[in-house]
Ligand binder design. Sequence first.
Ligand code: F6P
Ligand code: MG
Length: 454
Amino acid sequence: NNPPWPAYRGYHEYSFAHATMQSRLPTILGKAIEDAIRTLNDQAEEERVVDLSESIERMGGLMTDLSGNAKLRPIIDDSEADVALWNKEIAKYFQGKDFMNAPWLFAEAYKYRRLHECFSVSKFWKDYDVFYRQKCDTFSRSADAVFELSMRFAEPFKIAEGLSNQEELEAERLMFLELTQVCLWGNSTDLSLLINMSEEQIKALQSTGGDHLAATEKNILGNDLGRLWETVKELRQKTGGRIDFVLDNAGFELYCDMVYADFLLQSGLANQIRFHGKRFAWFVSDVTRKDWNWLLNTMVYGQLFPKASEEELESLRRLGRRWKQYEKEGKWVYEQHPFWCTGYTYWDLHSEAPDLFFHLSKSDLVIFKGDLNHRKLTYDCAAPASTPFDVAIGPMASAAGAPRIASLRTIKSDVVVGLGSEGDDVAEKLDETEPGWKISGKYAVVLLSDGRPG
Ligand code: F6P
Ligand code: MG
């Protein structure tokens, strides 16, 4: 049940795996320790101080293991729902492996689980999120793009009057294509890569105007946008479909996902959206329940943007109130299955989390956001760029009941598939002319698999 291509590993020096395991992860962990120390220095109660300082000591231990390339050990049974899944995978495949020679995807995920363990075994700090401050901070520095979208979309979506059916559909198609791109490029600002970005750099990445989108479509190297529209427009015939988002990053990306989801509901293309987030801090910026709540509440009640006009702030409040209402009415549902925070790729989703697979199989479309989800879909292995998407995702396309899947991903790591029959040449040319093209986030893919209705 594995693809024929080798998975990337930390010792592969030609791959982003090496830089990540060797230097990015220790840097990220170092920042996490600084964050916990900052919190420690704010505490007054002795019991809480002692408890947190023990967590910080455990993080130090993890740093030693990571930088000394220790062998992977089982996860301590902290009675979390995912422990059994983790230890089964370690025992079965990765016994005796270390951070560098285990598959990169697994070793990197394992690091985030071990980081969580530093807190989950404590008494008072079980849910502490070492990346929370950073996640909130980046959203507050995204003001321009946040208000550009809220000013346009606070007013409920309406098609101009007096249009023929044909013209209405065309207006809707254009809006769909634009917002799919907003949702896609919202993924280019993730914190694990862009730790020290300035406000100007964030602005450049987040500009969402129409001309800009036409230009950026050229950078979508595997582009199923047209097919995606043909599929989604059929959902209305069923009086709206169910669309699932397997979320990636909190803050600005989540906000873009919500703008898109709002349009899908208002246009009647979908009647329910289910969002899947993480149970604990994951790959720095991924969405947790707390990030979800924070975003909606800060939009309605927050004071994050002191320089904004009253009109801008009101547009943000309106959006926030509408989205909270969707949640109350069950039109938007937030979920967090333990499987999303394991080291398994999605080639194993149907066998290791059959309940989740069954749940997803009832969706009309499952949209996977971002780079990590794409790595998990494709097994994070050295598949040629011409590999068709549904071949690259194996059982997620071919197992009975496989849902229709779209991957909206800006390219930030090695695996690239779905570029069509000329894809290998395209990739080779970019390797020559733009050596960093696979990690810059400048390029993207929008890929669709029709699945196999059960
Ligand atoms: O550390 C590498 C990585 O896993 C890459 O997949 C990507 O650079 C980043 O972390 C996460 O990106 P995203 O938030 O888009 O999944
Ligand atoms: Mg992420």
